[in-house]
Design a protein around this ligand. Sequence first.
Ligand code: NAP
Length: 282
Amino acid sequence: MELINGKELAKKIRGELKLEVKNLRKNGIIPKLAVIMVGNDKASEVYVRNKSKACNEIGIEFEEFLMDSNIKQEELINLIKTLNNRKDVNGILLQSPIPEHLNIREAFDAIDYKKDVDGFNPINIGKLAIGEDAFISCTPFGVIKMLEEYNIPIEGKRAVIIGRSNIVGKPLIQCLLNKNATVTICHSKTKNIEKITKEADILIAALGKPKFVKKNMVKENAVVIDVGINRNEAGKLVGDVDFDNVSKKASYITPVPGGVGPMTIAMLMNNVVKATKQSNLG
Ligand code: NAP
């Protein structure tokens, strides 16, 4: 079994991006990410802090907009429109969740697709679906990057995803399909899930259930990617895969923490640099 070290790979990607940003800055181009956070969700605060740290390391400017949880939908949309029009802002990220009285879909739709570094705008989702260049949502993008960097063949392989969320499972279908995998997606209504997961050459767990994927659900020598981030009773971070047992059967496996998580932020940084280059260099 080989461990897919997302932490190391993300560090390498951030190092490459840092050099790219240095060159952009030499030409007077300064990438900037604007992050909107509504309310004070504790987990979001940690995520935003980590994004800010990564920007800082790479040389991307970071501007944070902390909005009161009582903000009206119109105010949120107006802020997004202002950022869409600001020439110095290359990427816009709306940190989820946002309070329930707000319509997050409408907010994502309002972000200019050229600055949509999270890849949640329908234009980017559509472009990905038809195989055009697009901003790909960062977690699925990170998963594909891991497979590529470890030279794990995707073409012709049977890939099974557990979880069909808009931010992970669904974009992963397109990413894997574009790489010529045969893709199956499972969800909470799927019957006999282990029969399907056992056929997977590449199994991706993204359902948010601690240690859901057991050894008996995995084919010998499968590649197992664990997107899940859960806290167990002891408060420790655990994935959706029963790592200790599944790792005995897998050919490659990602750990939690240190797997997909750091890759998500690295790919966000990648998308900000890409947006900056596209808006300045064409
Ligand atoms: P989500 O929106 O809650 O979606 C969960 C998906 O899993 C749904 O499609 C659900 O099916 C499916 N599901 C739930 N229970 C199931 C079961 N018993 N069997 C089969 N499918 C089941 O979750 P998400 O936002 O995609 O996140 C999933 C996990 O990834 C979470 O642990 C989250 O923290 C983690 N995550 C990690 C990163 C990262 O950077 N590493 C990024 C994003 C998310 P239905 O559609 O039928 O309800």
